[in-house]
Ligand binder design. Structure first.
Ligand SMILES: [Fe+2]
Length: 235
């Protein structure tokens, strides 16, 4: 559990979608940056390509991003992982062909005061489901898949696997309509006790901001591939 839970809770707020924050030219620059960056992970099973946003590839975008986010959430620090050279990783680009499962991005240091995370879509089709439910542990993938739960050897920056969410909320069966519409890739039993807060429909130029304590996942609405940029903040 996070040590500064009270402070973390004080900073919580509803998820927020900011429209028309980036113009076409700026999105183009993010996509160019994405193309230039080296590939970190190409997970063939999940069919996802991950690239870390490494420092100094584009000072212009770093500044643009920082200022835009600060304007929305006030003072913050980036909660960055480090690369092999001990340089900050500013965020994560993910190009996915399959929806990403239920998880929380609460970080790997329980002493930190985790704050907001941002999602900038770089392709137009896709959606992200934010649940009302919160979690105050480390970054975790929530699953009831037995094989997945056996995964104990984690590399740096990899999420824990857990089914503890099942006992954490009210266990009420998940809404069938929402399951059919957005979450067919998840077993409905894995969503017991969860309640949808927001379905963010990706729109170029917009940004989603939400608390790092919120459970979330991709929706199953994917048309080919989607590319998004995620970053994490702390106080
Ligand atoms: Fe996430």
């Amino acid at each position: 559990m996070h040590k500064n839970i009270d402070k973390i809770k004080d900073l919580e707020s509803p998820p927020q979608v900011i429209k028309n924050l980036f113009d076409k030219n700026e999105i183009e620059k993010f996509l160019n940056l994405y193309n230039e960056l080296p590939t970190t992970v190409h997970n063939k099973k999940q069919n996802v390509i991950k690239k870390r946003w490494l420092k100094s590839y584009s000072n212009e975008l770093e500044e643009l991003f920082y200022n835009k986010v600060k304007n929305e959430i006030g003072d913050f620090k980036m909660d960055n992982l480090k690369d092999e050279k001990n340089e900050d990783i500013l965020g994560l680009f993910q190009e996915s062909y399959n929806p990403i499962g239920l998880h929380v991005d609460a970080g790997f240091n329980l002493d930190e005061i985790i704050f907001k995370q941002t999602l900038i879509p770089l392709t137009s089709k896709g959606s992200t489901v934010i649940f009302k439910n919160k979690f105050y542990g480390n970054s975790t993938n929530f699953t009831i898949d037995k094989d997945e739960l056996k995964v104990k050897e984690l590399k740096y920056g990899q999420n824990f696997r857990s089914s503890e969410h099942i006992d954490m909320y009210n266990k009420k069966p998940f809404d069938r309509e929402n399951h059919e519409k957005y979450l067919k890739h998840e077993k409905i039993e894995n969503l017991a006790g969860l309640e949808v807060d927001l379905v963010y429909e990706w729109e170029i130029g917009s940004m989603l901001i939400f608390d790092r304590t919120r459970l979330h996942c991709s929706s199953c609405v994917i048309d080919g591939k989607k590319i998004g940029l995620t970053t994490f903040t702390k106080k």
